[in-house]
Design a protein around this ligand. Structure first.
Ligand SMILES: [Zn+2]
Length: 54
């Protein structure tokens, strides 16, 4: 499992999320641990690329 640290687009709190993408390019759905809203995290070669609201 790889991890990425993302700032929530809803409440701006920082969270660390596990994902199964490794160093691949792709996206996964994450739920903020603070406000419990969900958003989509896009990775490029395992690095954070973009965070979008659903
Ligand atoms: Zn949040």
């Amino acid at each position: 499992m790889a991890q990425v640290t993302v700032v929530c687009p809803h409440c701006s709190s920082t969270g660390t999320f596990n994902h199964g993408l490794g160093s691949a390019t792709g996206s996964f759905s994450a739920q903020c641990k603070h406000c419990h809203k969900s958003f989509r995290v896009y990775l490029r070669q395992g690095q954070l690329y973009e965070v979008k609201l659903h």
